[in-house]
Structures are given as C-alpha cells and as structure tokens.
Design a binder for this molecule. Structure first.
Ligand SMILES: [Zn+2]
Length: 730
C-alpha cells in the first residue's frame, strides 16, 4: 500500500499538481525526475533514471507512436532538462529482443550485451541526439507506463546487507520482489520482466547491491510509490538504530573546527602533491557530524576496507577509500603525514594487486592507483577529482555510502560488491569507450590558477582567459566585491558543477573571489589558506595588481605615494611569491608565476619616477625569483604598455588630461569609452604595429607564459606593447 504524503518522514514530498498539470507529458517526466533528484536520500548525484512511455504523433506518418522517454547516458536527475532524455520507438525497441536472443552466446557481460547499447540508436524517435544509457532495457522491458530506478540510502542499505532477500520480504512483503546483483544491461531487463511475469502484482524490485526499481501506469502514482517504498525501508531501519554503539562506538574524538582547519591548511598541499603523481587532482574537504562519527569509530577500518556498494558510487570513490589510523588526540601533524605516506604506498600496491588479480586479456590498462577518498579520524573526509565538480561528487558519494553502512550495520551486516564484479564495472569496455570519446583535457584542466588583481582590467581578462582553458580560478583583488563579481561571472559561465558536498568554502564551484592586500603578509597568508581549504592547493599565480600614482602638476610625488607605489608594485609580488613558496614546496608540483611589470620599466619618462622605477625593480624581481624558485616554479614578467581599454589605471580624468596633453580634439560630453578609444588610437600610432593594445592581448600572453607552452622559459620579460622601439631591452 502506498503511504500518503503526510505520512512521509524520511523523504520530502514535493509534487505539486498546479505545476505538473500545466506541463506536457515529456515535461512531466522532467519535472518528476528533478523532484526525485533533489533529495539525496532518494538518489545520488548522477545516479538513477526515470522513464515514461508517451504516445506522440510520428513525424513520418502523423500517426500516434508509443515512445519511451528515458533519462539518457550522463547527466543528473536533479538538474536534468528535456535534452537529457533519450526517446525510442517502443515497437522498434522491443524488436531488439530478437537480435539479442538470436546471438549464440548471450547473458550478462557477453559481447552481444555490450553491442545492444549501439542498437538503441537505431530506434531513436524524432532525431533526438541524447544517447541511451545501459539502463534503458530496465525501463523498456517493464510493461508499465512509468518507471523510476533510484539509489536510495535506505534501500541500498537493504540491498547491501548479507541477508538482503529476507529483509526485502520482511519489509515489503508481497509488494516488492528481489533480484540478485547483476550488472545492468539487456539481460537484467529480461530478468526483471520475467520476475514480473511470474508475479504480475509486484510494484517494484530491490536490486541486490544496487538500488530500487518500481513502476505505475500513472506518473504521479509512480512518484508516490517511489517515496512510499523508500519511506518504508527507512522506518524499518530507524527501529534498529544503534545510537552510541553505531559503527561499534567511538574510538577517537573530533577536533574543533579551528584546529581542523589549521591541520587541513598544513596537510592538504602535501597530500595533493602525494596523490598527484600521475595526474593533478582538485580537493574537497567534507566534514559533518555523521561523517565524523564514522571516521572516529571502532569499525571504520573494517568498513572502509569493504568499500562502497552502489556500482556508480565506486566509479568515483574507487574500490575503497584510504583510511588513516591517526590518533587526533595524541599524535602530531608530522606523524599524520608519515602515516599517510605508508598508507598511500599500501593503497597503491593493493590497487595494483586488485587490477592484476581481476584483469581480463582485453581489459584497459591500469588507471591512476591513487585513492580518491581519504578518511582521517578527528578531521573528516578529503576527496580528490579531476575538477571541483568531480571531487565534490566523490565526497558526496562516500558520505552517502557511510549512511548506507550505518543503516545496513544496524539491521544486518554490510557487504560490498564482489571484487571481480567491481572490477568489471570499473574497467567495463563501455566505460572505457566513453572515456575515450571525451575531448582531450584543456591546458589548465586539473589546475588552480590564482589571479591577483582579478577585479578589473588585465586581471579580470586573464581570469576569463585561463578559465577558458579549464582552470579553477581564484579571483583575488584588493576589492573583495570586485573579486566576487569576477568569480560569480565565471561560475555563471561554467556552472557550479553537480556534486552536493564540500564544507564551507570547499563547497564552491570552479571559481572563488577573495579579498587580498598584497602589501600585507597576513592578508596574503589568509588568502592562501582559503584557497587551500577550497581546492586542496593551487598551481599557477598571475599577479596583475599594480598602481600608478600620477604626480601633481609640478611633477611632484609625495613620499607616502612613493612608498605606496613600491609597496604594491614591488614588495607585493615579492610577498606573494614568498608566501606561496612554502606551499609550492609542500606540494612539489611544477608550476609558474607571472608578474605584470610595464614597458615603462625600460623607458625613462618625465614625471613618472615612482611608477617607472618600481616597475624596473619588478623586472629584476622576476629574475631574482626565477633563480630562487627554480626548478619548481618558472617566473616570468609580462610588460604591457598603454592598455587604455577598460583599465582602472585610466580613469576619465587621466584620459582627459592625456588627450589635452597630446592636443587630441575631444568633447567633454563624450563617453569615457569613446575618449579611451581616441587615446588608444593615438598611442597605437606610436607603436610599430599601429594597432590599439587590448586587455585581451595582455591576457593571452599572461595565459601563455603561465602555461606549459612556455615550459622552457623563466626569468624573462615579455613586452606586449605593440612594438615600442624605445622599450627594446638592451
Ligand atoms: Zn542504478
């Protein structure tokens, strides 16, 4: 019997007829999917799928066709749009069974089973480009109009328990059946259909080591049934909650938040270096009370070793996490790092042994053997991924796995997927083909680039430029507001990602905005601490922050303005490099620093003593730092000249005074941009290339100098000045 909405305590009932009734049938499916995906107790990010069989006019004949709309490969229920659903002619899809049964060798993991995935394309309705997933037959072969397949914590807890079949029977009685673990595919669809043929009254099935599937002929009824079944499982589990004795009780105590963060700041760069031996990783720190209860527990080492159960969890979390047995109350950070070192070595050798023991003759080569989830008592969980979104998904998955283990251990004994089954999913040739189809990684993929001065001008343009190359961008600026604005714009352009995890600043997207005063060492240090907590470390730094203090009409610069110019233009980059050095050394990953100087460093001009000499000093700072930071960090200078466009160095009154100085005709009523264009055109005429110098020109070179495209260049100053003969270096 389906529970009523008001009886649900363990899931949120979100269906609203007023919204649903205005939608067409495909949009109703999208709506139902978004509602289900919005609650992690119902399904995890990227996990599960939904379908509706909908009658639609066939574009070829105009007659009604029965069309299976089912969530396609990739994507995520919570954020799905119509474009994430594949559409297949039901009759053509069902006819595929003939092809499957004609194969001499068939069944789970046979060649024909993998080959079926390509056949779905031949059944596409309406030229829909969305690719069908391996779960398509689970929906197409169930003879009901609407099907939900979810990965709910409470049902996976049953499905990952030693006596899962008995528990299914006890909790759901006649309503829900059970099928043992089987890798999803055409054969599993047939198994489920057979089950339903034997017992036509079934409302759903618990899928061993995997999740839940259920159906109805009405979409709202299907949604309500999904919630009701999950609720029933959760209520049963609640009765057996072990309280203080959960996970065998507590062995260690949690550290307070301040201490935790201090340790994370020291630990994360070291750890990032250690796990990034094959590929660079981006980190996420995840700490909740529930997670701490697990990592501090007596049973954590045993349960961590079993690994996660749900098949799409461990593609991200790997076969198992690395649990570090460190006593937060009595041992130092230094000993934590030592324990981690031996733990990582053991993990890599375990992974290699797992690969060797389970591989087939045609298995893809071994992948990165480093752990993606690290559990530390007193501290919490650290996840690693190729980008922020993936590392957040990984953190989310393992915290869901912890909830599964909590529930499963309350009602029975938790068990993982058999190693060979886990391997056959991790190294599934279909997965490998999917990976091979992905576009090559961009230049700054897996990198965190800190742009100081990102609130405006060259810095802002550079932040956008490196983001286009796949960088995670720390937008830092004296104006915290401007830094946030640039970061928010980037997050808007590239999306915040799909994972639902990350504590505090670690829950951020591909860009963050931070305030920093480069003349203040404490301020720089605090910025880097935030960067470490957000991403686990950082790679390249590009400094564009600078100041030009114009002299008064007599050419006089007050002493404090002279000091300020040097503080920002020379001491600033030095302090940033000096603070970054410790962290770079802790990480041990090759990287680069770019400091923006100026063509004025080489051209003496009347009236800009402070600026020009400070930039000459910055040029030499580049060379000194190149020696100091070699071989780990390349240091180069970008020397722009007269970028007028959108520059904070050229406010309206400076533009007007320059136009007056050079006798360029203008009208006071003209816009600042127009006046800047006039000045830029005038400056362009003084250069060899005769074209105005843009922010984009500067950002391009800042990016190139940072990137591996200039991997053999250090200690150099590159001018982007349109060709100024008087600035030629001698
Ligand atoms: Zn699934």
């Amino acid at each position: 019997m389906t529970l009523k909405p008001q009886e649900l305590k363990h899931v949120n009932y979100l269906w609203d007829d007023e919204i649903a009734d205005q939608l067409d049938p495909v949009e109703r499916l999208r709506y139902r999917s978004n509602l289900l995906g919005a609650d992690q107790r119902i399904t995890n990010t990227g996990g599960g799928n939904t379908s509706s069989k909908i009658k639609l006019p066939d574009p070829l004949t105009g007659e009604d066709a029965d069309v299976l709309w089912v969530k396609g490969s990739g994507g995520d229920l919570r954020t799905s749009t119509r474009a994430n659903f594949a559409s297949l002619y039901m009759d053509k899809f069902l006819s595929l069974e003939n092809i499957y049964t004609r194969a001499e060798v068939k069944g789970v993991k046979t060649e024909i089973e993998d080959a079926m995935v390509d056949m779905y394309r031949h059944t596409t309705f309406g030229l829909n480009p969305a690719a069908s997933s391996i779960d398509t037959p689970l929906h197409g072969l169930i003879p009901f109009r609407h099907v939900d397949h979810m990965h709910p914590i409470s049902v996976i807890a049953i499905a990952a328990s030693k006596d899962q079949e008995r528990l299914t029977q006890e909790i759901f009685e006649e309503e829900v059946g059970w099928v043992p673990w089987q890798r999803p595919g055409f054969d599993l669809g047939l198994v489920m259909r057979d089950k339903l043929r034997q017992d036509p009254d079934l409302k759903g099935l618990v899928m061993g080591q995997h999740g839940l599937i259920n159906w109805a002929d009405d979409d709202k009824a299907c949604y309500e049934r999904t919630l009701s079944l999950i609720e029933k499982a959760a209520r049963y589990i609640e009765k057996y909650d072990k309280g203080d004795q959960t996970f065998g009780g507590q062995k260690y105590q949690s550290l307070d938040e301040k201490t935790r963060n201090e340790i994370f700041v020291k630990l994360l760069p070291v750890l990032r270096g250690k796990v990034s031996g094959s590929n660079r990783f981006i980190g996420t720190v995840h700490v909740t009370e529930s997670l701490l209860q697990f990592v501090n527990s007596v049973n954590a080492p045993r349960l961590a070793e079993i690994g996660t159960s749900c098949p799409d969890h461990f593609l991200r979390t790997k076969i198992k996490p690395l649990y570090v047995d460190w006593d937060p109350q009595h041992e130092s950070v230094e000993s934590l790092i030592q324990i981690l070192d031996s733990g990582l070595a053991q993990y890599r050798s375990d992974y290699k042994a797992y690969y060797e023991a389970c591989k087939h003759p045609d298995s893809p080569p071994m992948r990165d053997p480093n752990p993606t989830v690290i559990l530390i008592p007193g501290l919490g969980l650290i996840a690693w991924g190729k980008n922020k979104s993936e590392s957040r998904v990984t953190a989310e998955f393992y915290s869901l796995a912890i909830e599964v283990m909590r529930s499963s251990e309350a009602i029975s004994e938790y068990q993982g997927l058999p190693r060979q089954e886990a391997f056959d999913i991790e190294y599934w040739l279909l997965e490998e083909a999917k990976l091979k189809r992905m576009p090559p990684e961009k230049e700054f993929a897996r990198h965190v680039v800190v742009v100081i001065g990102a609130g405006s001008g060259i810095g802002k343009a550079t932040a956008h430029r490196v983001a286009r190359e796949g960088a995670h961008v720390v937008c830092a600026d004296l104006s915290e507001q401007a830094a946030h604005a640039t970061a928010q714009h980037l997050v808007h352009l590239y999306g915040v990602g799909i994972g639902v995890a990350g504590t505090g600043i670690s829950g951020s997207g591909p860009a963050i905005g931070l305030g920093v005063d480069v003349t203040n060492r404490e301020s720089i240090r605090s910025m880097f601490e935030n960067v470490i907590l957000a991403y686990g470390g950082f790679d390249n730094i590009i400094i564009t922050a600078g100041i030009f203090v114009p002299p008064d009409k007599q050419g006089y610069i007050p002493d404090e303005k002279w000091s300020l110019t040097y503080s920002i233009n020379v001491t600033g980059p030095y302090l940033v490099a000096d603070e970054a050095k410790r962290i770079w050394l802790a990480q041990g990953l090759k990287t680069s620093l770019v400091i923006t100087t100026s063509a004025n460093a080489a051209v003496a001009k009347q009236g800009s003593f402070a600026y020009d000499t400070s930039k000459a000093a910055a040029n030499h700072l580049v060379r000194e730092l190149a020696i100091e930071l070699a071989p780990l960090v390349r240091v180069n200078g970008l020397a722009p000249a007269t970028v007028v466009e959108g520059s904070s160095m050229f406010p309206r009154d400076r533009v007007i005074s320059s136009l007056t100085k050079y006798n360029i005709p203008f009208d006071e009523s003209e816009s600042t941009e127009l006046l800047r264009d006039k000045l830029a055109a005038f400056y362009a005429q003084r250069t060899l290339t005769k074209s105005p110098i843009t922010l984009g020109d500067q950002a391009e070179v800042a990016y190139l100098l940072s990137s591996d495209k200039f991997s053999k260049t250090t200690g150099q100053i590159i001018h982007v000045d349109g060709g100024l003969q008087e600035a030629f270096l001698r």
